[in-house]
Design a binder for this molecule. Sequence first.
Ligand code: AMP
Length: 116
Amino acid sequence: MTEPSIFTRILNGEIPGEILAETDRLFALRDIAPQAPVHLLVIPKTQEYPNVAELAAADPALLAELIEFAEKLAVEHTEDGDFRLVFNTGANAGQTVFHVHAHVLGGGLSERSVGA
Ligand code: AMP
């Protein structure tokens, strides 16, 4: 059996984490090492998809739910509701947790270019 990911362990209450909101199939965490004034993670409760490409291929409706939830969180947690959505995909792209998750970045990014 696959080991539970760090996100699954937070969801199960085995390790601490700031869960901000959840739906039937998704939950949102505040990133422990923020890269923007607002930096949230939106994560499927299932860890069966390691990255966004596999999620899109297997359950596009869940990916659409994830984006809708990200938008709702950005509206709640930023003044302007604007956000950047990032899916690191593969170790060489900076992915460290192989349980698909979106980074929701906001709170003032207009001065920065993509990826900065
Ligand atoms: P990635 O590098 O795209 O796989 O993203 C993993 C993210 O998980 C990083 O931004 C980490 O800061 C974040 N992270 C790791 N552990 C925790 C935790 N316990 N609580 C919240 N965020 C975490």
